[in-house]
Design a protein around this ligand. Structure first.
Ligand SMILES: Cc1cc2nc3c(=O)[nH]c(=O)nc-3n(C[C@H](O)[C@H](O)[C@H](O)COP(=O)(O)OP(=O)(O)OC[C@H]3O[C@@H](n4cnc5c(N)ncnc54)[C@H](O)[C@@H]3O)c2cc1C
Ligand SMILES: NC(=O)c1ccc[n+]([C@@H]2O[C@H](COP(=O)([O-])OP(=O)(O)OC[C@H]3O[C@@H](n4cnc5c(N)ncnc54)[C@H](O)[C@@H]3O)[C@@H](O)[C@H]2O)c1
Length: 450
């Protein structure tokens, strides 16, 4: 069946749903398509289910630490119960998202979209034409040049595991591996992370990341850095053997489960972009500041599927879709996104960062002053016998504005948003020191951090 629309959006995640809603709100006939359940990664297979699991593990950790300090009775974590609780959040998502789109008057399609000409896509038996397209197809685990890579499970599979076996091996030392590793270690599992480069969690402040590495090792997690997984074999016992190489040394690691945490690539292969001459890379569709594909101004891209140089995170996907829509609907020229982009790794304590790192400041000859300190002995952390806490702040020596903030703290997810706002509003170190902060709170520690 043939249909024609003003706007056709591919992907129903944070970027796609927002772009479709904006188009329809502005009276453009709009359709949206997805080949998986509606709602995208974040609420079903990403941020939200991860946060539900990690959040319970944090409560468990806090309770275990204050046992005997007024709290009595053992608490324990159960994988089965965690998954069941997580499902109460994820199961309703597809129905909620699709009905909300339909209620707005957006036509919804199910199936894999692929271009057959620059203005037509095919979805099953449907041929859908549109004046403008939005590619918001997200990302999936990168295909790795590892023999036996099919034996790895993905983060999607991890969330659905009925049982969590005892020995877990994570390939890659990034967000996914660290977040899941902390959870699994607290569930009493033997966890190993193999990371090919010297520093894990690349892009975060190295000094603070090293503190997280120490803490992760204290939890019982084994971390191999400068070590590359070369092949994975399934043994007759049902276990897996990973052959790894560290410089010239090769050895084997055995596990019950090998989990992919080695990066994600944009979902673009199925879109037939070659047939319309649209070039892309594994990082996404290259776009201009209006989020239009180069040489194809009627095709826009946002979120994890767009190559914008920004981190593939949910708030970024939403902001890109918002700006894209302003150009697509009203023709308003957009400026590159210059908002600070805070990011949190939901380990416990959490690692969080906004702005530049000390390494970036040095590499780019950016003048800075640095305040770096262990804040574990502050009342905030002592009262709950909290895990260790560190802060590093980079300050512009001429204006006293904040250039970067980096935390390892059980309150990092709150502190980082506050520093992000301070950077957005160009607040100075003095502004933050002069504020009256409600006491005693993690924020009332701020004046003492400088
Ligand atoms: C385990 C995990 C944890 C994460 N945690 C966080 C976090 O804590 N905070 C944070 O900010 N970010 C987090 N992220 C990243 C965040 O989930 C993504 O940045 C965000 O979801 C991207 O949104 P999107 O709209 O670009 O893509 P998605 O939400 O992935 O949506 C893309 C949609 O397009 C569909 N699609 C793809 N190809 C086609 C096709 N050819 N035809 C039809 N449909 C198609 C897909 O099925 C999917 O539904 C996490 C990611 C993962 C994997
Ligand atoms: N809390 C959050 O915001 C959050 C959580 C999870 C995922 N995410 C998003 O999803 C993206 C993907 O997450 P991720 O953890 O898969 O990737 P990542 O990019 O954070 O880290 C993957 C790491 O694996 C290493 N690696 C690649 N191949 C390897 C191999 N063969 N052997 C050993 N190491 C190898 C890479 O050097 C890389 O540093 C992130 O970049 C992030 O944007 C965000």
């Amino acid at each position: 069946m043939n249909h024609a629309y003003d706007v056709l959006v591919i992907g129903t995640g944070a970027a796609g749903s927002r772009a479709a809603a904006a188009a329809k709100r502005n009276r453009l006939s709009t359709a949206i398509v997805d080949h998986r359940s509606y709602g995208g990664t974040c609420p079903q297979r990403g941020c939200d289910p991860k946060r539900v699991l990690a959040g319970i593990a944090e409560i468990y950790d806090d309770a275990s630490r204050v046992n005997g300090k007024g709290l009595t009775g053992e608490v324990s974590l159960s994988w089965k119960d965690l998954v069941q609780y997580k499902n109460t959040f994820t199961t309703p998502v597809p129905e909620q998202v699709e009905s909300s789109l339909k209620e707005k008057g957006i036509d919804t399609y199910h199936g894999t979209a692929s271009f057959i000409d620059p203005n037509t896509i095919k979805v099953g038996e449907h041929q859908l034409q549109a004046g403008k397209f939005v590619i918001a197809t997200g990302a999936s685990p990168a295909s790795l040049p590892i023999e036996g890579s099919e034996h790895m499970i993905t983060s999607d599979d991890f969330f659905e595991l009925e049982e969590l076996p005892d020995n877990l091996l994570f390939v890659g030392g990034g967000y996914i591996s660290f977040e899941f590793a902390h959870l699994c270690a607290r569930l009493g599992k033997n966890v190993t992370i193999v990371h090919r480069n010297r520093h894990v969690l690349e892009g975060f402040d190295k000094e603070i990341t090293n503190k997280l590495v120490e803490h992760t090792k204290d939890l019982g997690v084994t971390i191999h850095t400068s070590t590359e997984v070369q092949s994975i074999e399934k043994l007759t016992s049902g276990k897996f053997q990973a052959y790894v190489r560290k410089f010239d040394h090769e050895h084997e690691l055995t596990a019950d489960l090998v989990i992919h945490g080695a990066g994600r690539h944009a979902n673009l292969k199925e879109l037939g972009l070659e047939s319309i001459g649209l070039e892309y890379s594994k990082r996404g569709v290259p776009v201009n500041h209006n989020f239009q594909a180069i040489f194809h101004p009627h095709i826009y891209a946002a979120g994890d599927a767009a190559e914008t140089g920004l981190k593939p995170l949910t708030p970024v996907a939403g902001e890109e879709a918002e700006r894209l829509s302003r150009h697509l609907i009203h023709g308003e020229e957009q400026t590159p996104i210059s908002l600070p982009v805070p990011s949190v790794v939901f380990t416990y304590p959490m690692l969080a960062s906004v702005g530049i790192t000390q390494q970036e400041a040095k590499e780019n000859d950016i003048p800075y002053e640095v305040q770096s300190r262990n804040i574990s002995d502050f009342f905030t952390y002592k009262r709950t016998d909290g895990p260790s806490a560190y802060v590093k702040l980079l300050i512009n020596p001429f204006t006293d504005e904040i250039l970067g903030a980096h935390f390892l703290s059980s309150y990092a997810s709150h502190l980082i948003n506050l520093f992000s706002f301070a950077m957005y509003k160009k607040a100075t170190k003095q502004d933050l020191q002069q504020m009256l902060w409600a006491y005693p709170t993690p924020e009332s520690d701020i004046p003492s951090m400088f």
